[in-house]
Write a new protein. Structure first.
Length: 41
């Protein structure tokens, strides 16, 4: 039982870390897009 709880805890931590990484990448892409729009004006 304890091993199962540890596996779920580890999976939850990895999912949270991946989510934060994807959000950061999305913010970088958004910032790059805004920079291109500013140059185009």
């Amino acid at each position: 039982m304890r091993k199962l709880v540890m596996i779920f805890a580890a999976a939850g931590l990895m999912a949270t870390a991946a989510c934060n990484t994807v959000r950061g990448a999305g913010q970088d892409v958004e910032a790059a897009g805004e920079a291109v729009q500013d140059v185009a004006k």
